[in-house]
Design a binder for this molecule. Structure first.
Ligand SMILES: Nc1nc2c([nH]c(=O)n2[C@H]2C[C@H](O)[C@@H](COP(=O)(O)OP(=O)(O)OP(=O)(O)O)O2)c(=O)[nH]1
Length: 139
């Protein structure tokens, strides 16, 4: 089975990153994750990610360089997660539209959240090198 193509946004603001929580009633409900979702047909990863963030949180983002790519086998089938370094580029407040909670956290706080298992390589990279070290272009 080919993997589901999923994009995820590592949205940074100063030294914090954004984590969102999946609503209780959806598949994998209650887990924390990086906001994003499945790509639609004929959509580039960057276009899909911007669309998902507007749908889920009501904010506009700029999509920067790729941060990590993860292949993970869930019981229902594999996913390929493309995680991009991003930043918010408007001043709208975040709204929990398709998520049930969100937090701006320090990388040192990642261990305090139950984050989807597929995201482990992303979490480890954030904990060890952070984002500035990987070249995110944030003034
Ligand atoms: N957005 C996101 N999805 C992730 C992460 N880690 C991870 O394993 N996933 C998985 C969970 C889901 O199986 C899949 C994303 O699917 P989804 O159901 O959230 O995507 P979607 O919003 O497009 O879904 P839908 O409601 O339109 O069906 O990727 C992550 O950090 N962010």
């Amino acid at each position: 089975m080919p993997p589901l193509l999923v994009t995820a946004a590592i949205i940074r603001c100063e030294d914090r990153i954004l984590l969102t929580r999946r609503p209780p009633h959806v598949r994998l409900g209650g887990w924390w994750e990086f906001p994003g979702g499945k790509l639609d047909a004929e959509e580039s990863p960057q276009e899909g990610l911007k669309r998902e963030i507007i749908e889920e949180l009501g904010i506009e983002i700029e999509v920067g360089p790729i941060f990590e790519v993860v292949y993970y086998r869930y019981e229902r089938g594999p996913v390929l997660i493309m995680a991009y370094e991003c930043r918010q580029c408007d001043d709208r407040p975040i709204r929990n539209i398709e998520v049930c909670d969100h937090r701006w956290i320090l990388p040192t706080q990642l261990d305090q959240f139950e984050i989807l298992p597929a995201d482990q390589p992303i979490v480890e990279k954030l904990q060890t090198i952070g984002m500035t070290a990987s070249g995110i272009q944030i003034p």
